[in-house]
Write a protein that binds this ligand. Structure first.
Ligand code: ADP
Ligand code: MG
Length: 286
């Protein structure tokens, strides 16, 4: 077992799902979703104190099952990004540990999606999406084919030769998602990825991300400020206190497996949002 999120180490031919495609038909999902590779995460007693004394996280325990979609909420500055970075292996805890139930030779492939799409401005959409495969040493014709497939699935086939400056914020985020998908991650970590988008664009991307997950069943940890987004996307929501982050509630959302846009006006959805809102308020006071 080890904390290894070296997402780019183990090339495998991407097998991308069509769920992000605008013409994707949810009713075609009647067949049970394939259980694909996914990875469990075990977080035990994790703490992080930064040099200078800022304590971001204290004694945090969390288990995430393979293929779970978990939303994480908490006040601004409470340590959410720090926790995600620790899980991704981009930062180290000063106490406790994060484990993946994997062998040394079989570390999970992960992808990290940030709020800023972080695209290279001098590269086209195609070249941006192909970059992770390039870093993996995947040969050119294959990486172009796989990148085109990923771009198609996020509905950007018409923009394949455009540069980031020629894209809207929503389109840039789709490119960022395609670049994450092209590596076929078993663990997808998203840090407020849609927070800078307008509400409608954001909901549209949420709809598509949920469909994507339904098909792929990778493990997803999604950090958001938005209780609507958390309730809509996830099967389970973890609400954290203000800094240092501790768990206020670890709540399984009693909502249908298939999330349709209409769910956002459902009374049960409103109830779940209330649960999360109350927990956030408790977390602020904790
Ligand atoms: P969140 O993502 O929940 O808004 P962060 O995890 O980014 O919060 O930050 C948690 C706390 O840790 C904040 O007070 C932040 O200022 C502090 N922090 C984050 N990174 C560092 C760092 N590298 N050095 C010192 N303090 C940091
Ligand atoms: Mg953050």
């Amino acid at each position: 077992m080890r904390n290894n999120i070296a997402a780019l180490n183990t090339p495998r031919p991407p097998k991308l799902c069509p769920a992000l495609h605008p013409r994707y038909n949810p009713s075609a999902m009647a067949a049970p979703a394939q259980s694909t590779t996914a990875t469990p995460i075990t977080i035990r007693g994790v703490g992080r104190v930064f040099p200078g004394g800022v304590e971001a996280i204290r004694n945090l325990d969390l288990d995430i099952a393979p293929g779970e979609f978990v939303a994480m909420l908490g006040p601004s500055g409470c340590g959410k990004s720090t926790l995600l970075r620790i899980i991704a292996g981009l930062d180290r805890p000063t106490a406790g540990r994060v484990e993946f139930d994997r062998n040394e030779d079989d570390a999970p492939r992960s992808a990290f999606v940030f709020q800023d799409a972080n695209l290279l401005p001098w590269r086209t959409v195609l070249a941006n999406v192909a970059l992770p495969l390039e870093l993996q040493g995947v040969e050119q014709s294959k990486r172009i084919a796989n990148a085109k497939s990923a771009i198609d699935q996020v509905g950007l086939a018409d923009a394949i030769d455009r540069y980031p400056a020629q894209l809207s914020g929503g389109m840039r985020m789709r490119v960022s998602l395609a670049r994450a998908l092209v590596t076929e991650p078993e663990l997808l970590l998203l840090d407020e990825p849609f927070a800078a988008l307008d509400e409608i664009t954001r909901q549209h991307l949420d709809d598509q991300l949920r469909l994507l997950w339904s098909e792929r069943r990778m493990t997803v940890l999604f950090v958001t400020h938005s209780i609507i987004e958390a309730a809509f996307l996830a099967d389970r929501a973890v609400v954290l206190t203000r800094r240092p982050a501790r768990v206020v509630i670890d709540h399984r959302l009693a909502l249908p497996e298939q999330r349709t846009p209409a769910l956002r006006t459902d009374p049960q959805f409103a109830h779940e949002m209330r649960v999360l809102f109350d927990a956030l308020q408790r977390g602020e006071r904790a």
